[in-house]
Ligand binder design. Structure first.
Ligand code: AP5
Ligand code: MG
Ligand code: ZN
Length: 214
């Protein structure tokens, strides 16, 4: 099963992906996580990507399309995968369709998580992530038991460089102008499952799981 998780920054794509990949036993393929990993390793690709990420702009299509193409051909993707944050514009969606046709695959469902902008800003500016295991938290909505310490592994929590008010505002604009048109793109293919992303995380997970199990 090949799934796309679509939704604005802070909608809960990563939060829900972590739960869904356990239920469906497929890997999460997050282009944002892959770019941040490249940056952490200090690769030229990572350093180049940072310029765009810090501006809240999209990294060039050729870069992310190349990353995804390589990633989905790894053996752990044999039974499917959950794309998180890709595609992000119509040109990436077209490239994905083309790539999947070549591989004899297709996207089965596109889950679109919908959350209003005010809530998104609050979620992003309070997000914390474990440096060691990648677990996600929120200072108010999902706090760790001890401030800045991961419940799961004891690792240190950090705030993403692009989770400041200014960059968040650009990211939301980039979503509106470039990513939102994908809802229409996948609507035409009959693949969109719209999910109300406001409410408790478990309830939202159940809604998504039900939509995918239909
Ligand atoms: P990326 O890493 O994909 O970031 P994003 O799309 O902006 O989305 P986020 O990861 O910020 O949000 P999320 O939906 O995963 O929310 P989360 O679950 O963490 O991309 C970063 C950058 O990389 C881009 O700006 C771009 O530059 C580049 N990039 C990536 N992919 C690209 C591509 N394909 N093409 C070009 N460039 C690309 O939740 C957020 C917070 O809310 C957490 O604190 C969480 O605890 C909390 N939360 C979650 N659910 C709830 C809930 N139900 N109630 C209350 N709080 C909640
Ligand atoms: Mg994410
Ligand atoms: Zn951790």
């Amino acid at each position: 099963m090949n799934i796309v998780l679509l939704g604005p920054p802070g909608a809960g794509k990563g939060t829900q992906a972590k739960r869904l990949i356990e239920k469906f036993a497929i890997p999460q393929v997050s282009t944002g996580d892959m770019l941040r990993a490249a940056l952490k390793e200090g690769t030229p690709l990572g350093l180049e990507a940072k310029k765009y990420m810090d501006q809240g702009a999209l990294v060039p299509d050729s870069v992310v399309i190349g990353l995804v193409k390589e990633r989905i051909q790894k053996s752990d993707c044999d039974k499917g995968y959950m794309l998180d944050g890709f595609p992000r514009n119509v040109s990436q969606a077209g490239a994905l369709d083309e790539m999947l046709t070549q591989l004899g695959q297709k996207i089965d469902d596109v889950v679109c998580i919908e959350v209003p902008n005010e809530e998104l800003t609050a979620r992003l500016t309070g997000r914390r992530t474990c440096r060691n295991c990648g677990a996600g938290y929120h200072v108010l909505f999902d706090p760790p038991k001890t401030e800045n310490v991961c419940d799961r592994c004891g690792g240190e929590l950090y705030q993403r460089d692009d989770d400041n008010v200014k960059t968040v505002s650009s990211r939301l604009q980039t979503y509106e102008s470039q990513t939102k048109p994908l809802i229409d793109y996948y609507e035409k293919q009959g693949k969109i499952r719209r999910i109300n992303g406001v409410g408790n995380m478990e309830g939202i997970f159940n809604l998504i799981a039900a939509a995918l199990n239909r």
